[in-house]
Write a protein that binds this ligand. Structure first.
Ligand code: GA4
Length: 342
């Protein structure tokens, strides 16, 4: 039997109380979509509406492309701290250790957060490995090229599934194809978190990566075989997502929620670090250009339907996101009809 100290016990109750895994929910309810199947478009739309989350199988991206970047990530995270910091201390880009964002959030995680622009990737690869930048640069660029292409394909299928006219099927995907697209890549390392380890840094939650939604359009996540990712269902219960290193997991972001006028919901998710195994994840955050207006797509609006949100640009939303805490509901302040409490 595991005996917890009073402090650890209180912390455990605080972190788990309304958020415990609901044993009545089958843990295999995550929608899995094969992009080559004829029903894929409607399955994508259903999954985005019901979960804001799905898994993609048979995606055609060679496993070597994923494992090459995973190997580079492992190599980077095993460097001495000073060498990792040659990537710059995350603000927001660079190497981060336990500190997430600018407003005091912390996690049991270290990471490398990068702009997905080729110039940025080249520069950062030189900063980390001045004498041999190419392995890291190729691994990131090869991965990004493939994953971005899949993101474009998924966004075009979603647009078609939402009844966009044929000539408008690129209405969302063009924002991430744009050379000014503000997309990121993030490599996360969750070292094993021993049961007896301190559960908090200055009393703050350190389970892994705390609950949040992603501000962008779509996030494409691939992890190694270590569990940890959980998603929150519309009824507030949490579901563990079994890891699958051969597949990708797609998360609807806040911007796509606005573009669908709330029909799709950005998925609240979190990561709990495993107590034995390291978890490595690589996430591509597909974002629009900074000047892009984020508003409902004409093809989804019914006659007389009004936008639920004030109009804003991605620059405005991103600035507000960076002033928020990780677990905040960032879309609330952009709602036209705000609930009373805020
Ligand atoms: C969540 C999604 C992406 O990881 C991220 C995160 C960003 C960061 O880590 O710097 C943020 C977080 C994310 C949302 C609110 C702010 C900004 C940390 C934070 C507390 C890179 C992003 O774009 O937004």
């Amino acid at each position: 039997m595991v005996v917890l100290s009073q402090v650890a016990l209180e912390q455990f109750i605080k972190t788990c109380k309304p958020n415990t895994i609901n044993p009545n929910i089958p843990q295999n309810i995550i929608p899995t979509i094969d992009l080559s199947k004829s029903n894929a478009k409607s399955m994508l739309v259903n999954a985005c509406q019901e979960f804001g989350f799905f898994k993609v199988e048979n995606h055609g991206i060679p496993i070597q492309i994923m494992s090459q970047l995973e190997d580079e990530a492992c190599k980077f995270f095993s460097l001495p701290l000073l060498n990792k910091e040659s990537a710059g201390v995350a603000n927001p880009f660079g190497y981060g250790n336990k500190h997430i964002g600018r407003n005091g959030d912390v996690g049991w995680v270290e990471y490398l957060l990068l702009s997905a622009s080729p110039d940025f990737i080249s520069q950062i690869s030189v900063s980390i490995y001045p004498h041999n930048p190419d392995l890291l640069r190729y691994a990131i660029m090869n991965y990004l090229t493939k994953v971005k292409k899949m993101g474009v394909q998924i966004l075009e299928m979603i647009a078609e599934g939402l009844n966009a006219r044929k000539e408008e099927k690129n209405i969302i995907s063009k924002m991430i194809k744009d050379e000014k697209s503000d997309s990121y890549i993030r490599l996360n390392h969750y070292p094993p978190r021993p049961e007896e380890a301190t559960l908090s840094l200055n009393g703050k939650n350190m389970v892994g990566f705390g609950e949040h939604t992603d501000p962008q359009i779509l996030s494409i996540l691939r992890s190694n075989d270590t569990p940890g990712l959980q998603i929150c269902l519309h009824d507030g219960s949490w579901v563990s997502v079994p890891p699958d290193q051969n597949s990708f997991f797609i998360l609807v972001g806040d911007s796509l929620q606005v573009m669908t006028n709330g029909r799709f919901k950005s998925v609240k998710h979190r990561v709990l670090a495993d107590n034995k195994k390291s978890r490595i994840s690589m996430i591509f955050f597909a974002g629009p250009p900074l000047s892009e207006k984020i508003s409902p797509l004409p093809c989804i609006m019914q006659p007389n339907e009004e936008s639920l949100y004030e109009e804003f640009t991605w620059r405005e939303y991103k600035n507000s996101a960076y002033n928020s805490r990780l677990s905040d509901n960032r879309l609330l302040s952009f709602l036209k009809n705000k609930p009373n409490q805020i």
